[in-house]
Design a protein around this ligand. Structure first.
Ligand code: AHR
Length: 518
């Protein structure tokens, strides 16, 4: 683990505080802004009623929800994965382009939902431009062929003079989109996936698609499908066998992960739940080990990076009607309502991603609107779920390079099946251009506050710019249209002195962000 999460063997300080030695010169890697991407799938009310609702009083002339666009723009979401997810593995992208009146209404077999195709590739590109986000395009490697994948690249990225680029121009889009990042299919290891196949079959198909796509545009960044989670029986074997076939043709491998406070996963123990991000540290490290093993085996000079392109808490709206669209348009699917403890864990996951920024270059909170999402809409407006806040902090404050901090002291607790886990989960960044230092801290202790003694090395923090905390008495508290700010950031009551040593106070059950100018 690159950052100092586990180096807490030194004795506790007399005050009982954890001692953090933060040296702005000890930088691990720049944190790519794409680490805080998100995801919009043709699923439930993510697209229809979420971002696109032509009949709504809140929409513009293109049918885009203005309130949603303005919030997404304000958040600065850097990149959004589209159009799926499980959906993509049965999607014919040609159904979603061209005159709207000619587009077919299609049964999406992944979610048993009717897709009117009124929103497709060109609408997504227009929406992305309006909101200032970049597209991360998913390709159908289930029912779709490698040739179909290359055709979509040609449609999106070639200027003119070829069959598919000229079709785009005929559809009224003169300029190519120049989409850089592409996912070669989705969760192809899963028996639930349309077109599910063996690792060797998928590896061949991904290599073929990559070769054809690069013939169209050699500048692409291509992400192969890794395991869809550590509970898969083929976990890591899938990754190894896929990469044996396509290592030379791809740039990155994907990981997916959803966690929940369930009897099976945590025994409904919130203490253990708040430690689950550490199992994602492990998932990242195990996946990297496989990538690097294949690299060695192939004697390749290339190192892959990871795309953690689906991650979130998801366990309540995960069965029955929450997963079955019953052949309706825009059904209410996967409408998980998040509470405080979910938000704290999402903060922990953000810490996990940041401390692996040397190899995880892209990640997507799954998803963005209405479907396991930080933002919920109805016909009259929107509200921010609890998990919106840690995600938004990452977007606003996580700039620069992740730091290799030394953390000494600090206490631990036993989490069933995980051994001793630190109460505090801390990541730090330094942004040389602005001189800002940022610290994100999860306090997993459900009943006690903890202290951090900051020891400044290299550049010292001159004054505090931001001190915010997300906390509350009730771990199960949620936001809603009626009570949108029940769980919301508050000013942190400390951290204002920035001498050689600064003491920070972390309330129980909290996630905090501190930012200083140097
Ligand atoms: O994000 C919801 C679903 O979870 C996606 O469609 C799929 O890729 C994953 O299993």
């Amino acid at each position: 683990m690159p950052a100092a999460l586990w180096s807490q063997s030194a004795p506790a300080s007399p005050s009982g505080a954890a001692r953090v030695y933060l040296d702005t010169r000890r930088r691990i890697a720049p944190v790519e802004q794409n680490l805080f991407g998100s995801f919009l799938e043709h699923l439930g009310r993510a697209i229809y009623e979420g971002i696109y609702d032509p009949g709504s009083k809140l929409s513009d002339g293109d049918g885009f929800r203005k309130d949603v666009m303005s919030l997404v723009r304000q958040m600065g979401v850097p990149i959004i994965r589209y159009p799926g997810g499980n959906f993509v593995s049965g999607y014919n992208w040609l159904d979603g382009v061209g005159p709207k009146q000619d587009r077919p209404k299609v049964l999406d077999k992944a979610w048993n939902t009717l897709n009117t195709n009124q929103f497709g590739t060109n609408e997504f590109m227009a929406w992305s431009r309006e909101t200032g986000t970049k597209p991360l395009m998913g390709l159908n490697l289930g029912t779709g062929t490698a040739e179909d994948a290359a055709a979509l690249v040609e449609y999106c990225n070639v200027g003119q003079g070829t069959r598919w680029s000229d079709l785009r121009r005929k559809h009224g889009i003169a300029q190519p989109y120049d989409v850089k990042n592409w996912c070669l299919g989705n969760e192809m290891d899963g028996p639930w996936q349309i077109g599910h196949m063996t690792s060797t079959e998928y590896g061949y198909k991904a290599a073929d698609a990559a070769r054809q796509m690069r013939a169209v545009d050699p500048t692409l960044k291509l992400i192969a499908c890794g395991s869809s989670g550590p509970t898969m029986p083929t976990y890591l074997e899938w990754d190894r066998e896929v990469l044996e076939q396509c290592y030379d043709y791809v740039d990155a491998l994907s990981l997916h992960r959803y966690v929940g406070n369930t009897p099976e996963e945590t025994g409904n123990d919130s203490g253990k739940y708040l430690a689950l991000n550490l199992t994602m540290d492990r998932q990242i490290e195990e996946t990297l080990a496989v990538c690097d093993m294949v690299q060695g085996h192939k004697r390749s000079p290339k190192k892959l990076w990871l795309s953690f392109d689906e991650w979130n808490v998801w366990y309540r709206a995960r069965s029955g009607d929450a997963m079955d669209g019953h052949r309706h348009e825009a059904p209410h699917l996967l409408e998980e309502i998040y509470n405080l403890e979910d938000a704290l864990l999402v903060g922990g996951i953000i810490n996990t991603l940041i401390r692996h920024a040397d190899r995880v270059k892209l990640a997507c909170l799954a998803q963005l609107i209405n479907v396991i999402a930080p933002i919920m809409t109805n016909g009259n407006g929107l509200f921010q779920q609890t998990i919106f806040h840690p995600y938004n902090w990452a977007l606003q404050y996580a700039r620069g390079s992740v730091l290799d901090m030394l953390v000494e002291g600090g206490s631990t607790y036993e989490a069933a099946g995980m051994g001793q886990v630190p109460h505090l989960d801390i990541t730090g960044l330094f942004h040389p251009e602005s001189g800002k230092i940022t610290l994100f801290v999860l306090n997993r202790d459900l009943s006690k506050s903890h202290q951090i003694e900051m020891n400044w090395q290299g550049d010292s923090a001159a004054h505090l710019l931001t001190a915010l905390v997300l906390t509350g008495d009730d771990l199960k508290a949620v936001n809603s249209f009626d009570a949108p700010n029940r769980v919301a950031p508050q000013a942190a009551a400390n951290g204002s002195n920035a001498t050689a040593r600064t003491t920070l106070e972390l309330p129980p059950r909290s996630y905090s962000v501190f930012q200083w100018a140097t």
